[in-house]
Ligand binder design. Structure first.
Ligand code: FAD
Length: 417
């Protein structure tokens, strides 16, 4: 009697949901079981800080696929269930309901959780009912219940999530203050010119953006049951009706580490998404993979990466291995600004601006020794598409040509391509 191989996928997020259907498309004949701690089918997180926060789209529109797709693909989804333990010698996982499950191949797609605010003076603040993180549908439902016009919202952290929330909140009529410890918004991910544009646009819409401020404490309201104000290092007190903390992500690697898998800023995988155990894979935000184009290991937090890693793991599992080898990219939508970024800018020796940096349509190209490392493009989808090619193909470029709008970017590709 032939035994059907079983793939167990831990986590039911973006990477997991995409993997389940990719496995079928790739010809996987055995069982597929998706185990997720959340109550929902796999869904997209980007709208959580955009159209779902604003209420423009409904919960059902966040789902990657409806239940019927998993049913017809023969994928079993177990929501509201955590994997508590992996036993690699017996090839089993133990679930929160006490059951255990056999696997032939195991895929860890556990994503990450919001980094908690734990600096001195901030202890206990995030237990208050008007303080929120933003990672899941349930987080947004709680936030939306307190999103009233006129409410004073303080956002801690001016990364993508914080700024996207600010853009939605100000449109909804809240009073919005953004507090950032760095000298500028988006400091970790972009060039000063782009940060300056975002600060300008947010302020023009009425957001009070404060950089280089440290939040050092908080005050509770008269009944002690909600945060009433935040205290800053410079002595200012900012009254708040609600607080949203967006200070980054911590990858969920504890399960893998407890099972003895290699973990170093993410679950370590090879270019086929295999972990240090060849029967265990890791994909998405929780994994750290070698990127062929940049010649370094990366842990990325983006939908394109989650999908590409799911595709790579599916190909390996279906016996058609193809190494992961793509240019990382990311997007962010705020107001009318469509930011698309490609590559990794660390170590650049030249920054070239193309277009009107004072306006709302330009690109910043990061070069190292005449090759493009990265590009941040604002309302310029064409520049973005070409930048991905310049980066992937290591095209030799001159800064003057890139900056000159009378020269079409396309003409800078090598003649053969
Ligand atoms: P996740 O989507 O986090 O899924 C992991 C799942 O695993 C979770 O549901 C978790 O509960 C579950 N899990 C963890 N441990 C266990 C366990 N032991 N047992 C069972 N289940 C478990 N990316 C972009 O590219 N563009 C954007 O504009 C963008 N905007 C974003 C906005 C917000 C507010 C957020 C939060 C993220 C955004 N991202 C964006 C990032 C993107 O959503 C993530 O990169 C993507 O969701 C990663 O997918 P994943 O499957 O690796 O992890």
């Amino acid at each position: 009697e032939e035994i059907e191989p079983i793939v167990v996928i831990v986590g039911a997020g973006h990477a997991a949901g995409f993997l389940a259907t990719s496995l079928r498309e790739g010809g996987w004949r055995g069982q597929v079981v998706l185990i997720g701690a959340e109550a929902h089918l796999p869904y997209q997180r980007p709208p959580l800080s955009k159209a779902f926060l604003s209420g423009e789209i409904e919960l059902a529109e966040l789902l990657l696929k409806p239940q019927s797709t998993y049913d017809s693909a023969g994928v079993t989804v177990l929501p509201d269930t955590r994997v508590e333990r992996i036993e690699r010698t017996r090839k089993t996982v133990t679930l929160s309901d006490g059951k255990s499950l056999q696997y032939h191949k195991l895929v860890l797609a556990t994503g990450g959780r919001a980094r908690r605010l734990a600096s001195p003076g901030m202890e206990g603040m995030d237990c208050q009912p008007n303080v929120h993180y933003l990672r899941s549908i349930d987080d947004v439902l709680r936030i939306r219940a307190q999103f009233r016009p006129g409410a004073r919202l303080v956002i801690i952290g001016a990364g993508y999530v914080g700024l996207e929330v600010a853009a939605i909140a100000i449109k909804r009529g809240l009073n919005v203050t953004v507090l950032e410890t760095q000298e500028r918004v988006l400091a970790r991910v972009t060039a000063p010119a782009i940060s300056a544009l975002y600060e300008r646009v947010h302020r023009a819409h009425g957001v009070d953006v404060r950089t280089a401020v440290e939040v050092t404490g908080y005050q509770l309201g008269p009944f002690g049951d909600a945060v009433a104000a935040l205290l800053c290092g410079d002595g200012t007190r900012i009254a708040a009706d609600l607080v949203i903390v967006g200070i980054g992500l911590v990858p969920n690697t504890e399960l893998a580490a407890a099972a003895g898998l290699a973990v170093a800023n993410g679950i370590v995988v090879d270019e086929y998404n295999r972990s240090s155990d060849p029967d265990v894979f890791a994909i998405g935000d929780c994994s750290n993979h070698p990127n062929g184009i940049f010649g370094q290991c990366l842990r990325l937090e983006s939908v394109p990466n989650a999908m590409e890693q799911a595709r790579t793991a599916a190909a390996t599992l279906c016996g058609k291995p193809k190494p992961y080898n793509t240019v990382p990219w990311f997007w962010s939508d705020q107001y009318d600004l469509k930011l698309k970024m490609a590559g990794l800018s660390q170590g650049y020796d030249q920054l070239v601006l193309r277009g009107d940096a004072a306006g709302q349509s330009f690109s910043a190209f990061y070069l190292k020794q005449g090759r493009m490392l990265a590009a941040d493009t604002i309302n310029r989808p064409q520049d973005f598409m070409l930048a991905k090619r310049f980066i992937a193909e290591a095209v030799a470029l001159r800064a003057d040509d890139l900056a000159d709008e009378s020269i079409p970017l396309k003409s800078l590709l090598p003649a053969a391509s």
